[in-house]
Structures are given as C-alpha cells and as structure tokens.
Design a protein around this ligand. Structure first.
Ligand code: TYD
Length: 205
C-alpha cells in the first residue's frame, strides 16, 4: 500500500494526544496529507460503538467488549483507513490492535494471541508501519489523568492490576516486534519525545 500507517499506543494519561498533535503538525508542515483518527471511534458507526463500550452502564461480558472493539476496528479500517492509505495519505491513529491485545487480551485475561487473531481477521491483516508506544507506569498515568478528569470511563476505572497487566503486555508486544515498535519513556519532556518520534518517522518518508 502506498501510504504510511502510524499508530500511537500507551496507557491512559501517557500523552498520546499531545504527541499525535505535534507529529501531525510536523508532517503537515512538510507538505504531507495526513488523516488523523482514533479507535474506538473514527467513523459515525465507530462513535456509536465508542459510546457503548466506554460509557454503557452495567456488566458487559469481556468477550462482548472485545468484539465491540473489533467491530469498530473492522468498519474503521475498511471505510476510512485503507482508502486513505490507498490514496497515499499518512494515517496517524490513536490506538489500534495492540490496545485490544493489552486491554482485552491481558487486562481482561482473554489471551493476547486470540485477541490479536480476532483483530487481524477484522482488518484483513492490516499492521501499522510504525507503532509508537508511550510507556508509563500505571500509577503515574492515573495521577496524570486525575489532573484533567473528574469522571472515568469503564476502562479507566479498572483497578491498578488491570492497567499493570496492560502495560506489561504492551512491552512484550514491543519486544516481539522491535522493527515495528518505537518505545518511548513517557515521563521525558514533551519536546524530547516529539523529536524522537519525528526521527523515527522521517526514516519512513
Ligand atoms: P482513548 O480514546 O485512548 O481514551 P482516552 O482518550 O481516555 O485515553 O481509549 C478509550 C479506552 O478504550 C482506553 O481506556 C483504552 C480502551 N481500549 C481498549 O480497551 N481496547 C481497544 O482495542 C481500544 C482501541 C481501546
């Protein structure tokens, strides 16, 4: 495919949105056409699924949760991301299949391999060209989040062990695919992190 598919991953409060914004500004200043998107969400159907998966009250079976994220992903990739990549655009996406492996696979203990297979089926095997993992320990993430939030969504409200398992899973994924992942310490200054990301991405342009 002609375009470039960049995903950002990391725990809640790791600074993904700030880094995404800085990366997009830089890419656009270089004359690239960039599609900025996110999961869950990114399409009309996706925004409805996002509302359900993040804010619906009451119990949700873990496999149902995993399938909602996968349904969101299937529609998003088919209708927005693949067409953008086929046009030759750069897609900068907040969260993708590694989020499902970390949160549903490890956090909900559904098993990383099966959850990854589900996402690969949903997307007909689309993997990012580069995945930026903003690594942060779960208690620092929670503290950062508390500075800007008064309400937490269903996933954010999970206990520390859940977020600890997700973080460990992210680091395992990165270790297994070092050519795809760039792991950055999210406690570093914002501008340092942005420069590290630009350096990695510029090698793919
Ligand atoms: P996000 O939009 O990144 O939330 P925030 O802006 O609050 O960080 O993601 C929403 C939540 O959904 C986040 O807690 C992680 C979770 N999530 C999963 O559990 N599995 C997934 O596959 C994805 C994409 C997100």
């Amino acid at each position: 495919m002609a375009g470039l598919f960049i995903t950002l991953e990391g725990g809640d409060g790791s600074g993904k949105s700030t880094q995404s914004r800085l990366l997009v500004e830089w890419l656009e200043s270089q004359g690239h056409t960039v599609v900025v998107t996110r999961e869950p969400g990114g399409t009309d159907l996706g925004e409805e699924l996002r509302e359900i998966v993040l804010h619906r009250r009451g119990h949700m079976a873990p496999r149902a949760e995993a399938l909602i994220y996968a349904a969101d992903r299937a529609h998003h990739i088919a209708t927005k991301v693949r067409p953008a990549l086929e046009r030759g655009d750069i897609v900068v996406q907040d969260r993708y299949l590694d989020s499902s492996v970390a949160y549903q696979g490890a956090g909900r203990v559904l098993g990383g391999d099966e959850v990854r297979e589900l996402s690969l089926w949903a997307t007909e095997g689309l993997l990012p060209d580069v995945t930026i993992l903003l690594d942060l320990d779960e208690s620092t993430g929670k503290d950062r989040l508390a500075e800007s939030r008064t309400k937490y969504d269903r996933l954010e409200s999970e206990e520390a062990e859940f977020h600890g398992r997700a973080r460990d899973a992210y680091l395992e994924l990165a270790a297994a695919e070092p050519e795809r992942f760039l792991v950055v310490d999210a406690t570093r200054p914002v501008e340092d992190i942005a420069a590290t990301i630009r350096d990695r991405v510029s090698r793919l342009l």
